[in-house]
Design a protein around this ligand. Structure first.
Ligand code: TXA
Ligand code: MG
Length: 342
């Protein structure tokens, strides 16, 4: 298949062609403020099945449906409760996915057979325009082969997915870099099923009680019942063995990493900008300094580590608070739960 590449930072008109492809049951790689998505018409069961095939995704892992206005939501969700409405008023458009009871128009392959559907109104303008011109909601998971780090820039994913889509809409590097916060309201409380840029603290600030599902930081057993199927799957992992280390004492952290460098010379360290010079190795990658920078860089860095061909990758952890919880959720999985806290 011939893929059409459109650099949307230069030429916005091309979105119309990509929207036409969506209407015709084709796949489009498109930007959002969190990560890139691989999308299809959410009402078209056959088109949606192509997403699962392109990603090698398990059929029991549901997709998020993307909308560009609240009219669309009414056609998809069975009822919109008071708490959900409050979340919408405060955080949409933006990096928050809300789980609703689904209406029958949504095919079951979108929701992996569930009676609920995850819906998100992205703030990225190209995404909004694509949905608007397509005149349908767009079902889209993160753009990556299943198990690989999510795509935050086209250069990282073009080899994996480029040939499997009709259009690529390039909008440069995704702003946030980790996927949306996924929430479900139960008994007037918000349960966070996947942490993201919208944090527990952000939701509490608008007067809603929040529960963080414990499975966010733990390894799920395959038979365990989970609130979000995505929790079960191996994710974000490079092929090289990775070890995640965290301490709230900077000196302890640096000493421990240097101790590992002594023991294993074939090593790569991913660290904060201000710590990098303190590590006694040439192989290091700069994660950035703030949580915002780290979140933006993390997936593209995880994609780089295999090219170093080292025996061990050490990754500096961050405090599991605010956006740090989302970063640690991704890093713990990337390291296959190989994690030490000092
Ligand atoms: O930021 C994002 O959310 C990106 C962009 C493209 O919007 N999308 C994304 O989709 O990360 P995906 O498919 O990679 O992750 C969706 C997550 C999975 O963990 C899935 O299990 C969960 O959302 N999910 C989707 N629908 C659900 C539902 N009905 N109930 C529980 N969890 C659901
Ligand atoms: Mg994903």
């Amino acid at each position: 298949m011939k893929t059409n590449y459109i650099n949307t930072t230069k030429k916005i008109e091309g979105i119309e062609l990509a929207a036409k492809a969506i209407k015709n049951g084709k796949l489009v790689l498109f930007p959002t403020e969190t990560v890139y998505g691989i999308g299809a018409n959410a009402f078209d069961e056959k088109a949606v099945s192509k997403i699962f095939k392109a990603k090698g995704r398990e059929g029991d892992n549901p997709l998020i449906v993307h909308i560009c206005d609240l009219e669309m939501l009414k056609n998809l969700a069975e009822q919109i409760g008071e708490i959900e409405q409050k979340l919408i008023n405060n955080f949409w458009p933006g990096p928050l996915t809300i789980i609703f009871n689904k209406k029958p128009v949504i095919p079951y392959n979108v929701t992996a057979g569930l009676e609920t559907v995850g819906i998100r109104f992205p703030s990225n303008k190209i995404a909004q325009e694509l949905i608007k011109l397509s005149k349908c909601p767009i079902a889209a998971p993160s753009a990556n082969i299943s198990g690989r780090p999510s795509g935050t820039k086209i250069e990282d994913i073009i080899d994996e997915l480029g040939k499997k889509v009709e259009y690529i809409l390039d909008d440069g590097m995704a702003d946030i870099g980790v996927e949306s916060t996924v929430v479900r309201v139960i008994d007037d409380k918000v349960h966070i099923l996947r942490p993201g840029k919208i944090t527990k603290e952000d939701i509490e600030k608008i007067g809603i009680k929040v529960i963080i599902e414990k499975q966010i930081m733990e390894k799920c057993k395959s038979e365990e019942k989970v609130m979000s199927p995505g929790m079960k799957y191996k994710h974000y992992a490079p092929r090289t063995k990775c070890l995640l280390i965290y301490s709230n004492n900077q000196q302890k952290l640096i000493n421990e990493i240097n101790k590992n460098i002594e023991l294993e010379k074939s090593i790569l360290v991913l660290g904060r900008t201000s710590n990098l010079e303190k590590y006694n190795t040439q192989n290091k990658l700069d994660m950035g300094e703030t949580l915002e920078e780290i979140s933006k860089n993390i997936f593209t860095l995880l994609r780089k580590v295999d090219s170093y061909k080292v025996k061990l990758v050490i990754i500096e952890g961050v405090k599991k608070e605010g956006l740090g919880l989302a970063i640690m959720n991704r890093l713990i999985r990337a390291c296959g739960y190989n994690y030490i806290e000092l």
